[in-house]
Unconditional design. Structure first.
Length: 161
C-alpha cells in the first residue's frame, strides 16, 4: 500500500531529530515569530519533521502524512523519543508563557498610567540623557531656539556621542 511504501522510504533519524538540536530558547523564539504565540506539542514537533521528510520524498498527500504520523508516534517511536519531544515542547511553552506574561505586565494600562505619573526628575550629568529621561523643554523662554517649533530648533547638525 501507499502507506507502507511511504513508511519504508522515511529516514527515521531525521524524524526523531529534535528541532534546533533541542535548543529550547531558539524553538521558543521561533514559535512566536509571527506575532502570535503558538502552543507546541511533542506530536506537533515530530510532525514538522515528518512533513519536511515527506517534502523531500515529494509526497504531499495530507491524509497519508497524517496516517504515517499516527503510526510513527504510537507504534514506531519509543516512549523515550516521545518524551524528548514532549519535554521540549513543554519547556518552550513555559518560556513563551513567561515571555508573554512579562510583556502583558509592562503593557497594562495601569502600568503605563503609573509611569506617566512619575514627577521626580531623573538626574543626569549629560544634557542629552537629561532630555531623554525628563523630556526636552522647548519653551523655557531663555533663548531664541525655544521660540521655534521642535523641528526648527536644531540649527546645527546633531552629533551623538
Amino acid at each position: 500500500t501507499k502507506l507502507n511504501d511511504f513508511l519504508g522510504t522515511i529516514h527515521y533519524d531525521d524524524i526523531y531529530r529534535l528541532p534546533y538540536n533541542g535548543n529550547v530558547q531558539i524553538l521558543s523564539i521561533q514559535s512566536r515569530s509571527n506575532g502570535r504565540v503558538q502552543i507546541l506539542t511533542g506530536n506537533g514537533l515530530m510532525k514538522r519533521n515528518l512533513v519536511r521528510e515527506s517534502q523531500r520524498l515529494q509526497i504531499y498527500n495530507r491524509h497519508l502524512i497524517n496516517l504515517a504520523m499516527i503510526y510513527i508516534w504510537n507504534i514506531h517511536s519509543t516512549s523515550f523519543q516521545r518524551g524528548q519531544f514532549i519535554d521540549l515542547a513543554n519547556d518552550a511553552n513555559i518560556l513563551n508563557r513567561n515571555h508573554v506574561s512579562r510583556g502583558d505586565w509592562i503593557n497594562t494600562p495601569s502600568t503605563i498610567d503609573l509611569i506617566s505619573r512619575i514627577t521626580v526628575p531623573q538626574i543626569s550629568s549629560n544634557n542629552n540623557e537629561q532630555n531623554f529621561f525628563n523630556g526636552a523643554a522647548f519653551s523655557d523662554g531663555n533663548n531664541f531656539e525655544s521660540l521655534l517649533s521642535p523641528d526648527e530648533c536644531f540649527l546645527e547638525p546633531l552629533s551623538f556621542p
